[in-house]
Ligand binder design. Structure first.
Ligand code: CP
Length: 309
């Protein structure tokens, strides 16, 4: 029986290889629940989960809510625009008030890096980081690892390229940490203005030319251009970005024949990826979304004291 020794999930940096394997194995066991007629087990009955999203979300928010409900936890969703934040209440005061209602878990998405750790200092409930600024998005990386392992049978030794706005992407950061920990060979690619200096220190190679970067890869992971996080123009325009750095069928031919194409969503269609590739036979983009529910069920279950058995 394996135990998960964490109360909070802030980022991939805190997880050991065995922690990651435990989450992926647990998610594998739990995935089947979502295919049943009655998609519910009593595992977290009596537990309460607050989904606290200060930034927009479709996939993460919905899948956390579905994951909690499939485990029979009670869920409440709160967004910045419908909370008393609009009346000037601070994050800390909001957190203290939520804590006064004694939830078991708080799932937080926030525009500031480090907000989950700040919250954890104020509340007894476990915290799950659902994306903090440009820092981390650990459950996205875990569902990406799960999808790669499911499709390829392993992670170790695979050649993976992550292309796009590496500088502003919390997904890239979490994926780089997770993939390198699990033994993948990781390349990053994109405009030089979107690749942070010193990224090689994270154990990745940098190849700017997208076709060269895709050559011989098992996994091609495209990132969304994060226009909302860029303070100045980092490339001439969306058309130029699509022409030089977008993934299309011609560029994808450089990869291995059985390459899988991933994207965390939301997609800027025709910018970082063409429709025929996003919806094509190599795409596992919707599998990533399906797997997000199982992985988030596993994370909530393990943080609340569950074990693989
Ligand atoms: N991948 C992801 O975080 O998507 P959402 O912003 O829709 O949650």
């Amino acid at each position: 029986m394996s135990k998960f020794g964490h109360k909070d999930l802030f980022g991939m940096g805190q997880l050991s290889v065995s922690d990651i394997k435990l989450i992926l194995d647990t998610a594998e066991s739990l995935k089947e629940i979502s295919t049943r007629d009655i998609k519910k087990v009593p595992t977290l009955r009596g537990k309460s989960v607050v989904n606290f999203f200060y930034e927009p979300s479709t996939r993460t928010r919905t899948s956390f809510e579905m994951a909690a409900k499939r485990l029979s936890a009670d869920t409440v969703s709160l967004s910045a625009s419908t909370s008393s934040m609009v009346k000037g209440e601070t994050l800390i005061d909001t957190a203290r008030n939520i804590q006064a209602m004694n939830p078991d878990l708080i799932v937080l998405r926030h525009s500031s890096s480090g907000a989950p750790q700040l919250l954890a200092r104020e509340v007894k409930a476990g915290i799950i980081n659902a994306g903090d600024g440009i820092n981390e998005h650990p459950t996205q990386a875990l569902l990406d690892l799960f999808t790669i392992r499911e499709k390829k049978g392993k992670i170790e030794g695979l050649k993976v390229v992550i292309t796009g706005d590496i500088s502003h992407s919390r997904v890239a950061r979490s994926d780089i940490i997770g993939l390198t920990k699990m033994g993948a060979d990781v390349t990053v690619s994109g405009p030089p203005t979107m690749i942070p200096p010193g990224i090689e220190d994270f154990g990745v190679q940098v190849v700017h030319d997208p076709a060269e970067a895709v050559k011989g890869k098992d996994v091609v992971m495209m990132l969304r251009i994060q226009l909302e996080r860029q303070s100045k123009a980092l490339f001439p325009g969306l058309r130029e970005y699509a022409a030089f750095f977008g993934l299309n069928r011609e560029v994808l031919k450089q990869a291995k024949k059985d390459v899988i194409v991933m994207h965390p969503g939301p997609i800027n269609r025709g910018v970082e990826i063409t429709d025929d590739v996003a919806d094509g036979p190599n795409s596992v983009i919707l599998d990533q979304v399906t797997n997000g529910v199982a992985v988030r069920m596993a994370v909530m279950y393990l943080l609340m004291g569950g074990s693989k058995e």
